[in-house]
Design a protein around this ligand. Sequence first.
Ligand code: CP
Ligand code: NVA
Length: 306
Amino acid sequence: MKKDFISVSDFTQTEIIDTFKLAIDMKQNKEKYSEGLKGKGLFIYFEKDSLRTRVSFDVGIHELGGYSVVVVAANESSRIGTRESIYDVAKNLERMVGGIMMRTFSHSKVVDMAIHSRIPVINGLTDYSHPCQAMADYLTFYEKKGDLKGKKLCYVGDGNNVAHSLMEAGAILGVNVTISTPKGYEPNLIAFQEAEALAKETGSKIKVVHNPIEAIKDADAVYTDVWASMGQESEAAMRKKIFAPYQVNDELMSYAKSDAIFMHCLPAHRGDEVTDSVIDSENSVVFDEAENRLHVQKAIMFQLMK
Ligand code: CP
Ligand code: NVA
């Protein structure tokens, strides 16, 4: 049966760890995999802007011997589901390519594509989640800090798509995840409850607290993301005021472990959610996370599309 990667929980803990091992091997022995997906096509589709996702999937499929077809739906009328039904698009694509990577506003569009197509579908970010990012992030956390079980990751900022996937993946991997948000900007309740249920199996603790200083204590990794995500541009000015106490700066970082790493999915709004002094510090691993998007997604594509 074909497998998709819509949520981190599409993979078991063992499958995630195997994916990390494969990604590390791909990073160290790139040539070994140069024909891993020889001749296979990946359809890459965007409704939102992208740098890392676009480049890493495109480079990744080529490094595996395949090729890409990139489609950017510049306006609403050209989007899948508007110009043509998701079902019909799925039935066309499965006859031409070996896999689909999608970045959409609505999460259900990616889910529907996976239901209707006979080829694997990979979620490259929706309003609800960003599972490939979480995979690259925990791979980076593992590379920097070793065994993840019982380690603490503190996410400070908006309870958004990135926060959802970090909670979910952390719960599966046995990482304690504390999310610190202003009131009213907590993660989605279902995402939180699903992470809590997964955490019961691994013993990890998933918490949501409002006080960032309390949240960050004993953190091995401190993570933040933009205060207004793509699609929320009209709220940016209002959010800037509400989120100001949640800026990750030197003072806030001083409450984490002294060797805590700083993480960000990027793009960053320097001076808003993070200061230059933190993102440019020795403990910042933001560009390692970006690089690991390439390696971990190659490992995901290889497993789903081979
Ligand atoms: N982190 C991330 O997904 O970056 P892009 O939006 O540039 O793809
Ligand atoms: N939360 C951000 C992540 C970008 C990679 C957004 O959705 O815009």
